[in-house]
Design a protein around this ligand. Structure first.
Ligand SMILES: Cc1ncc(COP(=O)(O)O)c(CNOCC(=O)O)c1O
Length: 401
């Protein structure tokens, strides 16, 4: 018999498993509000026009080859990615204190950063928000860090538990690593205000806590690339050190191209170059070097003024469509007279709404209304359209009545 006979069946991933169940449902009314992937008003995936243009330029360029990239990835892409998140005028970049390596999208950037920290940073504890993206605990644990949580979400206000956050970070051991969602917190859609970010920054710097930013939605939350990077830039401006993981999955629609970058901001250029040399020792035995196509698309868009401007227009259009879905759903629930206060649908930001519906209500909505969403009550607003708002409204109304 098989040498793998003792392998047990693993459970489906809590997020990606929703799509597996959705695909099996024969109902014509089924609605997938699970995975955080943008859909158009027609419910279709979107390939940005500016991505198609960049690909055409690449295809038509005879000098383009399929050689290996360096371990650290496409140099142009790395420089342009650092500029995108830290700002064109970033002092840290001008002082050469930033090392950036191309990684396999946001997940890969988080993993490489965590592996580096587990080997080279004196504190192995990382504090992640409660709740957070379902994959975070596993990425950090498997990299060798010990995961703790800090209070983040308040169920009764459906907003930030700011006092709890300050208390938990205030009692973290000096030097602990802290994971921060740069914007559009997943799954809650709740972000600190800029005043609250400033308080978080002061507290963290006073205790020598190490910020590890996860930026998976830059530009996608507010529609502005600069506004959505404000939290990161606040920390970088104080001259302190931090890590930042970037993903182009959502904001450039490059999900399956797996395009991302990890940046580590250090006190000096000399340290940054030693850090980069050690990042290469993490990457080389993991996947050797990253894929060339997606990073070439991003570099082509970011380095050309017109393509960059066109990208910002398409990015804002995606953000605006999601914001209009928030308004339509809120108005429909109001018009339906659905019991409860649904104003958090308007206050939350980014791709997701943390509805406050519990696992039983979610199961009911899936069974009776073919609404597919994660059991924590999160819905991806990107999966909604004007056509489907009414049946989601009916489902929520039935679930809470
Ligand atoms: C906060 C956060 N970090 C990192 C990532 C990593 O994304 P990627 O590795 O695709 O760039 C994601 C992508 N989330 O996936 C969609 C979902 O939650 O349904 C994310 O939300």
């Amino acid at each position: 018999n098989s040498v793998f006979a003792s392998v047990v069946q693993a459970p489906e991933d809590p997020i990606l498993g929703v799509t597996v169940a959705y695909n099996k449902d024969p109902s014509p009314d089924k609605l997938n509000l699970g995975v955080g992937a943008y859909r158009t008003e027609e419910g279709k995936p979107l390939v940005l026009k500016v991505v198609r243009k960049a690909e055409q330029l690449l295809v038509n360029d005879p000098s383009r080859v399929k050689e290996y990239l360096p371990i650290t990835g496409l140099a142009d892409f790395n420089k342009l990615s650092a500029k995108l998140i830290f700002g064109a005028d970033s002092l840290a970049i001008q002082e050469n204190r930033v090392t950036t390596v191309q990684c396999l999208s946001g997940t890969g950037s988080l993993r490489v950063g965590a592996e580096f920290l587990a080997r080279h940073y004196h504190q192995r504890t990382i504090y992640i928000p409660q709740p957070t993206w379902g994959n975070h605990p596993k990425v950090f644990t498997l990299a060798g860090l010990s995961v703790k949580t800090y209070r983040y979400y308040s169920p009764n206000t459906r907003g930030l538990d700011f006092q709890g956050l300050l208390e938990d970070l205030g009692s973290a051991p000096a030097g602990a690593i802290v994971l921060l969602h740069a914007c559009a917190h997943n799954p809650t859609g709740v972000d600190p205000t800029s005043d609250q970010w400033e308080q978080i920054r002061q507290l963290m710097r006073s205790k020598g806590l190490l910020p590890f930013f996860d930026s998976a939605y830059q530009g996608f939350a507010s529609g502005s690339l600069d506004a959505d990077a404000a939290s990161v830039r606040m920390f970088v401006a104080d001259g302190g050190e931090c890590l930042a993981a970037q993903s182009y999955a959502k904001n450039m629609g490059l999900y399956g191209e797996r395009v991302g970058a990890l940046s580590i901001i250090c006190k000096t250029a000399e340290v940054a170059s030693r850090v980069e040399s050690q990042l290469k020792l993490v990457i080389r035995p993991m996947y050797s070097n990253p894929p060339i196509h997606g990073a070439s698309i991003v570099a082509t868009v970011l380095k050309d003024r017109d393509l960059y401007n066109e990208w910002t227009v398409e990015l804002k259009a995606m953000a605006d469509r999601i914001i209009s879905m928030r308004k339509q759903l809120f108005d429909a629930l109001q018009a339906r007279g659905t019991p409860g206060d649904w104003s958090h649908i308007l206050k939350q930001i980014g791709m997701f709404t943390f509805t406050g519906l519990n696992a039983n209500q979610v199961a009911f909505m899936t069974k009776e209304y073919h609404i597919y969403m994660t059991s924590d009550g999160r819905i991806s607003m990107a999966g909604l359209s004007s056509r489907t708002v009414p049946n989601l409204t009916e489902a929520i109304h039935a679930a809470v009545s």
